[in-house]
Structure formats: C-alpha cells, structure tokens
Design a protein around this ligand. Structure first.
Ligand SMILES: Cc1cc2nc3c(=O)[nH]c(=O)nc-3n(C[C@H](O)[C@H](O)[C@H](O)COP(=O)(O)OP(=O)(O)OC[C@H]3O[C@@H](n4cnc5c(N)ncnc54)[C@H](O)[C@@H]3O)c2cc1C
Length: 453
C-alpha cells in the first residue's frame, strides 16, 4: 500500500489502530465462509464516524479498494477482502448512543453485537426482532449491510423492517443522514448492499413490545419432503408462526453427534415451531396446529420452555455441528415460495446424490428459506470440487422454482457469479448504474454482489 496513504491512516486513527503486520492481517483475510480467502494490505480499527469519513476519503483519493468489517460471520464471502484492500473494522464502535423506551427506539453504532443489543432491549422490556443465528458474533452494522433475517423474520420482519434511520459514508456523496419517511428509497438501497455503496456509521432501530406468551412444538416426519409439505399447509391455514424451522435428517444427526440435545434421532424431517401472542390466541392456534401436524403425518410434541431454550440454542449451532459429518462445507442459501419447498428440497438432494456429495438442508421454512449445506473434506480435492460444482445447480434449482438467489446471507462473492442468471439485461444495466451513482470508481467491496460490466 502507498506509504503516503499509510501515513494518512496513522494520522486519522492513530498508528496503534492501523494494522500492517502480516501475522495480524491473516485473520482479516477470512470470514465464516469456507474456501474463500483474501489478502488485505491494512486494517483501520475505527472508533468514530469522523475516522471512517476520513479513511474512506483517503482510500478514494488513492483508488484503494475498501471493505467494512463487523463480526465477519458472512456466509457469502462478502467480508472476504479483495487483495490489497483497506479493511475498516467497526468492532470498536460498540455504543448504544440512545435508548428511548417510550418511543421504542434506539440508536446504535455499527459494531454493536446483535445479541448484546437484543438482550439490552429485553432487559428494558422491549423486543428487537431480527435474530440471525449468528447473533452472538454478528454486528448490527453487518446485519444492515446484509439485511439479515432469522427465525423471527416471517412474523416480525428482517433488519430492513426495523431500521428507521441510518448514517452512511459513501465515496461519491460523503456522509448521508437518512430517515424513514423522508429518504426511504435511499435507505432501502443501502440496506442489503453488502458494504458496496458505503459504510454505515449509525443505525436507529424500531423496537416492539415483548410478546406476552409463547409455546413451542416439535413435529417429526418420516422424511424431509413430508415435513416441508406440512410447512405449506401451516402457511395456508392462516396460522402465523413466530418461528417455523426445518431440519433434515443429516442436520439432526450432526446436532446429536455434537451433543445429546435430545432431538428424535430417527426423524427424517423435523419442524420446530414457536407460537406467540396473547394467551387465548396462542392456545387456539396451538390446538389448530396440533391437529394440522397430526393429519400431515407428524408425531407432534409440546416442548417445555427449558427444552425449547436448549433446542433453539442447538438450532443456532447447526453450522458448527455439521463438522461432525464432514470437516468443511459451503453453506448455500436460497428462498422459494413455500409451495415449492418440498420439490426444491428433493431436487437438491437428488443433485447432491448424483454428484456424490453429502448435503444437509435446514432453514427458516416459514419465509421459504432453505440452507443446503454442501459438505466436504478439504483434504479430498475431488470431493471439494464436487461440492463446489453444485453451487450453480442449487442457484438454478431455486430460480426455476420461482425463488431468489439468497434468502438472507446475501450474494457476496459466492453468488455474484450467478447474478446474471437471475435478472434480465435492462435490470442488470440499471443495477450497474446504481452502483456507480454511489461508488463511481468501484472501490467499495469490489467483486461482491453486483453484476460486472
Ligand atoms: C452460524 C451462522 C449463522 C447465521 N445465521 C444467519 C441467519 O439466521 N440470518 C442471516 O441473515 N444471516 C445469518 N448468518 C450470516 C451472517 O451472520 C449475517 O450475514 C450477518 O448479518 C453478518 O454480520 P457481520 O457483522 O458478521 O458482518 P460481516 O460478516 O463482517 O460483513 C458482512 C457484509 O457486511 C458489510 N458490512 C459490515 N459492517 C458494515 C458497515 N458498518 N457498513 C457497511 N457494510 C458493512 C461487509 O463489508 C460485508 O459485505 C449466519 C452466519 C453464521 C456463521
């Protein structure tokens, strides 16, 4: 990296907060996506918005690629830097700067960890709904950049639905201060743009009252298709589950191998369902749900609160437990109409069988999200290649089912090569113009998400 730029960065953030040592930079070359790696040239550990404004201006002046980094839990390699990039780490920006319980609003810095914020709100009697399973490490800034969802997304919305204000630094326009109601179209471009349009420096979030009552059901089915057909029936019945999670047999097996959680090991497909609301509503919906699950062929079980808590913890840990089946994986993420969940599941299982790859499939089934995890052993290059060869097939299967390339993880570097399969030429051209409007020199996270020229 240009010495003049390095000197400038030292003046901006203070030399101890600029990392240049290759041993320290190694960790910044990865995120949670296996099989992808970059080689950044420097990291600025920013503490203030002003430092980000100045660092981005300096990177622009020297045409150096720039990448914001929160918890690095991305599963689409969106936080894997391009070689030679300047990484702007937001983990020192962890303040909740305002909390207005009466208006149910909070303003936070981008590096606030999602679970810390959800706990902070809960301690004050309020509910922050977006709950990515990575919440113990992911940041609110990263959630905004990827428009993160989670088990509660179907009923309570994704991160976009909670954002009422943003401050974002862009290469072309500098610092933008955006409010819902006034600047919605720009806010909605920034949310989910994976750090490719600018760096979010402050977020104002809308909170909700805590749901009064909850109850959890588990239903096991002879196979994954039957479980996913039951999902379609639940959704058509008019019941609105707070959470409706699907786990296939390989996922259940991996969880039980990692720790004896007490899941039914013989389940071919498992649904974990949470209902919430006022007491009478929960009771009525639970009775209807039990009938529906039984007639769909599911062995249904009411789960006591302590076991439910354990099982939600297990659910959040699926990604790690899959290592019990194969040491590595590529975690796919597609979203299809719920009527297409069962056929999409079967088609992907079949493609994986044909390619001799083990695939574990789970997901937030209520909103149509499926995560086919293609498992492989990195010490077996042929198996690794077979797993990666399934990426376009999974993308095409989701698109053919009327779905979209990503349910929640974003496109990043993993799905970017398939963007032109999902949109027609005029739409792709419009996307390129949007990117240029914020980032004319393509310095923000180049190579992620957007169609190339
Ligand atoms: C075990 C596990 C479970 C997961 N479960 C879910 C889930 O249920 N739902 C879900 O949606 N995702 C899930 N994910 C994916 C991931 O956690 C989310 O995409 C999350 O929102 C990323 O946040 P982060 O802070 O880790 O961002 P990072 O990984 O650091 O970055 C992700 C992207 O956001 C950009 N970015 C980060 N901070 C900023 C900022 N301040 N301004 C602009 N751009 C920024 C980065 O440049 C990058 O493009 C999971 C991941 C793991 C490992």
């Amino acid at each position: 990296m240009n010495p003049a730029l390095l000197a400038q960065l030292g003046r901006i953030a203070g030399a101890p907060h600029v990392l240049l040592d290759p041993d320290e930079l190694v960790a910044y070359g990865y995120d949670a996506t296996m099989g992808y790696r970059g080689a950044p040239a420097a990291v600025v550990m920013a503490e203030t918005e002003a430092q980000i404004v100045d660092a981005l201006a300096a990177a622009s002046e020297h045409s150096v690629p720039c990448l914001a980094r929160g918890g690095a839990t991305s599963l689409s390699a969106s936080a894997v830097p391009p070689d030679g990039a300047l990484v702007i780490d937001t983990n020192r920006m962890r303040r909740i700067t305002d909390f207005d319980a009466e208006r149910r609003r909070a303003t936070v810095e981008p590096g606030v960890v999602t679970r810390d914020f959800r706990d902070y709100a809960a301690e004050r009697g309020l509910f922050y709904a977006p709950d990515p399973s990575s919440e113990a490490a992911a940041t609110i800034g990263g959630n905004v950049a990827t428009n993160a969802g989670g088990p509660y997304a179907f009923k309570y919305g994704v991160t976009r639905d909670a954002v009422v204000g943003l401050r974002v630094v862009t290469p072309r326009h500098g610092l933008l201060c955006l409010r819902r109601g006034a600047d919605d179209s720009v806010i909605d471009l920034i949310i989910g743009s994976e750090g490719t349009l600018g760096i979010v420096t402050e977020i104002t979030l809308q909170l909700r009252p805590m749901p009064a009552h909850r109850t959890v059901r588990a239903a096991s089915f002879p196979d994954g298709e039957a479980a996913l057909r039951a999902v379609a029936e639940i959704m058509e019945s008019g019941i609105t589950p707070a959470k409706l999670e699907f786990l296939d047999d390989i996922t259940v097996e991996s969880l039980e191998r990692s720790r004896p959680w007490g899941f039914p090991r013989d389940a071919g497909g498992l649904l974990l369902i949470e209902l919430d609301g006022d007491e009478a509503e929960v009771r009525t919906d639970a009775a209807r749900l039990d009938d529906l699950l039984r007639s769909a062929g599911g062995g249904t079980d009411s789960v006591d609160p302590a076991r439910a808590e354990r099982w939600w913890e297990a659910r959040r840990g699926i990604t790690a437990s899959l290592a019990k089946i194969r040491p590595a994986k590529i975690g796919e993420d597609i979203c299809v109409p719920y009527s297409q969940l069962a056929p999409t599941f079967s088609a992907i299982k079949q493609a994986a069988d044909d390619a001799d790859v083990v695939v574990a499939i789970f997901g937030h089934a209520a909103d149509g999200t499926l995560h086919p995890n293609l498992l492989y052993d990195p010490s077996d290059p042929e198996e690794r290649d077979r797993a990666f060869s399934l990426l376009p097939i999974v993308a095409d299967t989701g698109l053919a089912a009327g779905g979209i390339l990503s349910g929640e993880h974003g496109l990043g570097r993993v799905k970017q090569p398939f963007v032109d399969r999902a949109y027609d030429a005029p739409t792709l051209a419009a996307m390129r113009r949007i990117k240029r409007a914020f980032d004319p020199d393509n310095i923000m996270n180049p190579g992620a998400m957007w169609p190339t020229d």
